[in-house]
Design a protein around this ligand. Structure first.
Ligand code: PDD
Length: 276
């Protein structure tokens, strides 16, 4: 497996970083994930724009102008040009003696890798999810590499034999450990607004666009924990999750068997058309 590290393409065993890298010491960095399907990255511009915004948010001075050319290098090095794959990009503030404040002159660490990835057939996913308190900080809009809260929540879901763990903050559904969450009630789609309590997913933005195109009404409004089980449909979105129907949330079933909700289905169909 090949790794892109600070301009070089290396074997994964020789791609090493300093223990004084602030990504390692503090989780001081951001990342991005996108997928290549049928020879092109799905919503590449939106992903690169979010990467730039995240760098700005945490004041990492990193030049992204050559990014597309560098991405081509890692795809070539990994023998994945035009192949279906997942690209992981990771920028940390860089290497410096351990002190909380930002060092004055520092070169960011930039790491990327690409792995073959065939996305699952979304029609087959009927997810069961659990819910838990959103114990994360209040800058969930930053796609930061310090994912401890998300990791713990996801592990709880796995232990429960579930696909995801849905976070509830002050009685309101925010998002899940690595997905955004949507509900449908009386043909109206609900999702949490893109504020500091959620990551504004590229797939989330795309679903909102699809709703506009299909004439489906949307309210960017958090659904309360109480109202959650009165909803007609629920689904998850994310780059690798795509649009995944939720069948069961804790003890509540939105449907039995294979009866994916009609709005979820319409959005899935519109989404799959975009990919092909
Ligand atoms: N997860 N919310 C959180 C907390 C996420 O980590 C993600 C993405 C999303 C969905 O964002 P998008 O549609 O842009 O993928 C929402 C990535 C894929 C991950 O950590 O692997």
């Amino acid at each position: 497996k090949k790794i892109y590290l600070n301009g070089d393409i290396l074997d994964s065993e020789s791609a090493t970083i300093s223990v004084f890298d602030r990504g390692f010491l503090f989780g001081d960095g951001i990342y991005e994930v996108m997928v290549q399907i049928n020879g092109r990255f799905f919503y590449k511009e939106a992903h690169l724009k979010r990467l730039e915004e995240n760098l700005r948010k945490i004041k990492i001075d990193f030049d992204t102008r050559n990014l597309s050319a560098e991405i081509s290098k890692i795809l070539k090095g990994s023998d994945l040009v035009d192949k279906d794959c997942l690209l992981y990009m990771h920028v940390t503030r860089g290497v410096a003696p351990r002190q909380h404040a930002f060092p004055t002159s520092i070169t960011p660490t930039f790491m990327m890798y690409a792995i073959p990835k065939i996305l699952p057939d979304i029609n087959l996913i009927k997810a069961s999810v659990i819910t838990s308190e959103d114990f994360r900080w209040t800058r969930c809009d930053i796609k930061m590499i310090s994912l401890l809260g998300n990791v713990i929540a996801n592990e709880d879901a796995m232990q429960a034999g579930c696909f995801e763990n849905i976070f509830i903050r002050n009685g309101v559904v925010t998002e899940a450990s690595h997905c955004n969450v949507f509900f449908v009630k009386d043909d109206i789609v609900y999702t949490h607004p893109a504020d500091r309590f959620i990551l504004d997913g590229i797939t989330r933005q795309l679903v909102l666009e699809l709703c506009a195109q299909l004439g489906i009404e949307v309210r960017e409004k958090g659904v309360s924990e109480k109202a959650m089980i009165d909803m007609d449909e629920a689904f998850l979105t994310g780059t690798t999750t795509q649009i995944a129907s939720i069948r069961q949330i804790d003890d509540h079933f939105y449907y039995q068997g294979d009866a994916i909700g009609k709005i979820t289905k319409r959005l899935q169909e519109a989404y799959l058309k975009l990919k092909n």
